[in-house]
Design a protein around this ligand. Sequence first.
Ligand code: GLU
Length: 573
Amino acid sequence: MKRFFGTAVFTAIAASAVHAESTQSVQAGSPRQPVIAENYMVSAANPFAVKAGVEVLSNGGTAADAAVTVQMMLNLFEPQSSGIGGGAFMLYWDASEKKLITYDGREKAPASATPEYFFGDDGTPVKWWDAVVGGRSVGVPGTLKLLETAHRQHGRQPWSELLLPAIVHADAGFEISPRLADSIASAQKRKLDLFESTRSYFFNDDGSPKTAGTYLKNPQFASALRDIAANGSAPFYTGAIAESIVKAVKTEINPGELTLEDMASYEVIEREPVCFPYRSYEVCGMGPPTSGGLTMGQMLTMLEQHDLPGMGPGAEAWHLYIEAAKLAYADRGLYMADSDFVDMPEGLLDKGYLAERASLIDPQNAMEKATAGIPPQQSAMRFSPDTQLERAGTSHFSIVDQYGDMISMTTTIETGFGSRVMSNGFLLNNELTDFSRTPEKDGLPIANRVEGNKRPRSSMSPTIVFKDNAPVLVIGSPGGSRIINYVTKSVIAILDWDMDPQTAIDMPHVVNRNGNTDLEENTSATELEPALTALGHQVKVRGLTSGLHAIVIDNGKLIGAADSRREGIAAGH
Ligand code: GLU
């Protein structure tokens, strides 16, 4: 069988690919071609952000430089998904040191938060949406400090210049995209127009949502960025911006507890990457507080025993995939949380343990809901499972620079439009609702319960795949707790099924989070329904809006792809 990472296949891709500089249509749903470049590339969810990032790279900037510009532009153009009011995880491949660094810029809970943080007056946890809206769900944002840290360590261009594109566009205004317009209209039902500052930005005076093509200016954001351009993250964490965030979270409904001390004490943490072998590759992801790297590691290690390359993407392979997902998500629910607060078992990626787990998979029959296993050195169940599922409102970008440095960064304000609270022209996250609002069950604590200064468990899965110690794939996606499925499936499609990254990303989704199997509506995935149902799967057909952005590195060529379910592009030179 032909292998993707080889010249023969590359030639085939080259025939259908577009040159990196050609303009692609950017409407969600429109087909994309893989994009080829030789020196550098950005793949992200918004074309203006991508172009600004490519400009930085063309001026000799590094991946860290471009990430600053891309993130600030996404904050402006795709405000519902990510920004400096939120948190992020970044994988940084330092080519000269041959070292993979991971940065944890996840939000943290206020120091005063207790496990009953989301309890209502009746002494029980409030409903998810009731917890989202207002200042209470806001964690200390980490994205800005993450960018500053990465830039200090790996940047070449002056910080202040990297913020300029977003400042210029915030002052001059930009057109609301069709996707942003749809998001505003649908979030109106979810109280997006409740708070004045958010209402006046996204809605007309008569209360109607602003529509696609409407010009939006954001002088407040421009002014905050000017301050940050001149003074770094200091005003945000200890100065005027910190003060206005702390004030903004004191909403009438659901007031938050964030203090100036919480803001000032925020730290970005460099963590060990989670790396594991998969066939002839090494896959590296982010460790706790995200469950992404470990859950992907469990799924791929269980699947490695099967000949997925020989099977191809049919019902036989999807059955195995679904069963592996159920088993891995069961462990995720029980054990995974912020490891600085929770004593997580060390053997979650132990080969012997996962071989035992994989032996529970019956090729002919779907299991019901999986229960968590007992990894090595874990004598008994010390936790109760968490059923909390994160919602979709996030962005992912992948960057390769001319020096060979690479970034995989997933960045979020949690649900679309976060807490609905705006400060200084940017939205504040609702990341604290990624904690379990229920602290214990059956007398056992839930690992992902709220605690002061703790970081909520995430599903974000920024990933870099290596072959012979060199990176061959940079990838990640938004999508709440489905992220792990989106990224794992795309990695399998590229590594095992020889797909170019665009075909792999666009391949219809099959998702399982230890419950129903979701098949992507209006796609050929629905044709799997009879075969999967016959094996005993509970199938549900639904929209599955991933936002995968990937770059493959193959024999010195960069092959970029952007998820056609959103508005992004890949571009480079
Ligand atoms: N808050 C979620 C997480 O950290 C991400 C939400 C999303 O992808 O939309 O896993």
